[in-house]
Design a protein around this ligand. Structure first.
Ligand code: CAA
Length: 402
């Protein structure tokens, strides 16, 4: 067993850290206050190569391994959650699912623009009446000659106003509520597509979130990922990738809490000594260290499983569940360490507290992951290998002909 990170991992960490501190942190308080997302950050993330970090080089990506993706998510979320959310929906939910389920022709059609940030991808599963209950979708796709006609709506869609294309999941009947699902890539320029932002969020205010609507939207059958009936599996595999980015990003929040608390605890004095000398403050800092170290081990393990092609639905659920809870706890404690200063945005910890709350809900709530972990242990949930695998790393050469 080898726990060391490679030189490439260290270089990617350094470059994502610098990007976060130089391109995201300056101005984040103002953007968070104004609830303003910044499309320039998205553009710069594309130029830096992060959007295609684990897309094979043949498709225009950096060709790094899946652990690298986790490291980028960690370092970007250390700056602000909104940047990690971009990685989650674009690199995780959209690109990796395309890598797993796309035909060679589809990969060559879409991945090069996505990997280089010329186009941005997002994901649409959740609906007003189907969040945890992903088997209850109402958005429908009806076959019409060489096309499908899509009607319905999705909500809580990250990058709803910016993404060029969406991976959406639909039911294959307008009348049968038990009909199987299909997944499609849809372009936002398709007639019948519209979006609307959601305002007033508790956290991730510098990130764009909204609803997307489909009204008699005609999509060619060649835009379907997998076959008719594969849609639920496509959605669940997408979540295996999205949850990985959320789990690794959560470690970045813990690190950001530590960055802020170590500085504050050394600067702030009580009774003539830094508060870092007080055991109760040390206890809180030690607990954050515990969260960071456990969190890293959990997400590195999942990254490794992705690299070697092992099914990891169980492990990624555990990592997402554990790390998001640890990040929220760390942010709560970080406010405690800062006392009244932690309650206003002069210091960043109140933003970490608000930002870390959302991740306990999205990509599987605390309750969904609790149930999944118990069901695996009780033998109620299958862990059998999947029919479609993500490409293993190092990536193999693929045929040039589609
Ligand atoms: N990959 C591929 N296939 C999978 C899979 C995976 N990870 N997980 C399950 N499947 C397959 C199974 O093998 C099974 O196929 P077979 O019948 O051929 O064996 C089929 O899918 C059904 O699997 P399950 O029986 O496990 O499905 P379930 O109904 O028990 O799942 C659940 C229940 C796990 C709770 C699931 O509904 C779930 O994860 N719900 C939460 C949904 C969620 O996280 N929503 C958040 C959406 S994203 C978001 O928040 C917005 C955003 O982007 C920011």
């Amino acid at each position: 067993m080898d726990f060391s990170l490679s030189r490439e991992h260290e270089m990617i960490r350094e470059s994502a850290f610098k990007f976060g501190q130089n391109e995201i942190v300056p101005g984040i308080r103002e953007r968070d206050r104004a609830a303003e997302s910044d499309p320039q950050t998205l553009k710069k993330m594309g130029e830096a190569g992060f959007l295609g970090v684990c897309v094979p080089q043949e498709y225009g990506g950096m060709g790094a391994d899946y652990i690298s993706l986790g490291i980028v998510c960690e370092e970007l979320e250390r700056a602000d959650t909104s940047a990690r959310v971009v990685m989650s929906v674009h690199a995780g939910l959209h690109c990796m699912t395309l890598m797993q389920w796309g035909t060679e022709k589809q990969k060559r059609r879409w991945l090069p623009d996505l990997a280089t940030g010329k186009k941005v991808g997002a994901f649409g599963l959740t609906e007003p009446n189907a969040g945890s209950d992903a088997a209850n979708l109402r958005t429908t796709a009806r076959r019409d000659g060489a096309d499908y006609i899509i009607n319905g709506q999705k909500t809580w869609i990250s990058l709803s106003d910016y993404a060029d294309q969406f991976l959406i999941v639909t039911r294959l009947s307008e009348t049968n509520a038990k009909a199987p699902y299909a997944a499609f890539i849809v372009d936002r320029t398709t007639p019948g597509f519209s979006s609307r932002p959601i305002h007033g969020k508790l956290g991730v205010r510098a990130g764009n979130t909204g609803e997307i609507f489909f009204e008699n939207m005609r999509i060619p059958a060649e835009n379907m990922l997998g076959e008719e009936g594969d849609g639920f599996k496509v959605a669940m595999s997408a979540l295996d990738h999205g949850r990985y980015t959320v789990a690794s990003g959560a470690v970045g929040i813990i690190q950001a809490c530590l960055d802020a608390c170590v500085k504050y605890a050394n600067d702030r004095t009580v009774g003539g000594e830094p508060i870092g000398k007080k055991q109760l403050v040390q206890q809180m800092i030690a607990s954050m260290v515990q969260g960071r170290e456990i969190g890293r081990l959990l997400y590195y393990q999942v990254g490794w499983m992705k690299n070697v092609g092992l099914r990891h639905t169980r492990e990624v659920s555990l990592a997402k569940w554990t790390n998001c809870a640890a990040a929220f706890d760390a942010a709560h404690k970080a406010i405690e360490v800062h006392g009244a200063y932690g309650f206003a945005d002069e210091f960043p910890v109140e933003r970490y507290f608000r930002n870390s709350r959302g991740a306990i809900i999205y990509e599987g709530t605390h309750e969904i992951h609790t149930i999944m972990q118990a069901e695996y242990e009780l033998g109620y949930r299958s862990d059998k290998p999947l029919a479609r695998d993500l490409p293993t790393w190092p990536f193999e050469k693929v045929p040039t002909e589609a």
